[in-house]
Design a protein around this ligand. Structure first.
Ligand code: HEM
Length: 207
């Protein structure tokens, strides 16, 4: 039995984890559904005025939301599951195999960690460089390729977010891990994301 204090600790960790996850993924969706279509229609002269004000702010919440989610996710992982091989943890079932919930969360944590890595080591460095160039009024030849790279990784994260979230809620909602369920849900989530990215170019242009 877990003590009340330990349950409260897990509850608090989960709350912070999900709250920061909303900040992160909310901004990821803002970039993909709102900002990319907006940048396509903004006048060239307006961009150097708007973007150095808007993007650093949005990117601050985006990358620190990602960091908080990741750090609290890891604390949650070790608080709840212990270390593999330690006594009384959630990793092993009675037959010594990996539990279904551990399989879900390993899959979710792996996807989440790839997304966090993309934010901190690809998207943010590329955007920082682009914003610096825009601020200085430069547009070097490498700029379009760098913008394309940032967009590609941002899109990848948007596509990964659906399967990742499913794996996060898997431990508490599915007793067993199934590649079929994971594959079907992932395919559905990727299709929904594909539609929403396209919708972003069409909706909300008038009041
Ligand atoms: C970045 C790497 C991440 C790691 C290492 C991680 C780790 C974890 C862990 C260990 C749990 C507890 C699972 C359990 O109750 O058995 C969890 C739950 C959860 N996580 Fe993550 N997570 C990450 C990213 C995210 C992101 C980006 C979101 C988006 C909002 C998210 C949303 C959730 C949700 C909704 C739960 C379910 C809590 C519950 O059912 O009580 N996680 N995560």
């Amino acid at each position: 039995m877990q003590s009340d204090l330990f349950s409260a600790w897990l509850f608090l960790l989960r709350w912070i984890h999900i709250f920061s996850g909303i900040i992160w993924i909310g901004h990821l969706y803002f970039f993909n559904f709102v900002n990319v279509p907006l940048q396509g229609v903004l006048d060239k002269e307006v961009k150097p005025k708007v973007n150095p004000q808007l993007l650093p702010r949005a990117l601050w919440w985006f990358r620190w939301g990602a960091m908080m989610t990741f750090v609290f996710g890891l604390v949650l992982l070790f608080s709840k599951y212990g270390l593999p091989g330690s006594e009384g943890n959630l990793w092993r079932d009675a037959d010594g195999g990996m539990t279904g919930r551990a399989q879900w969360i390993m899959m979710g944590s792996t996807l989440g960690t790839i997304m966090w890595f993309n934010v901190w080591f690809v998207i943010w460095p590329a955007q920082r460089q682009i914003i610096t160039w825009v601020k200085e009024g430069q547009s070097p030849a490498e700029m379009p390729a760098l913008a394309k790279r940032a967009l590609l990784f941002s899109r990848t994260n948007a596509y990964l977010s659906g399967p990742m979230l499913f794996c996060m809620i898997g431990p508490n909602n599915f007793g067993y891990f199934s590649w079929t369920v994971f594959g079907l849900v992932s395919a559905g989530a990727v299709f929904v994301m594909w539609g929403m990215i396209r919708m972003g170019f069409k909706v909300g242009q008038t009041v």
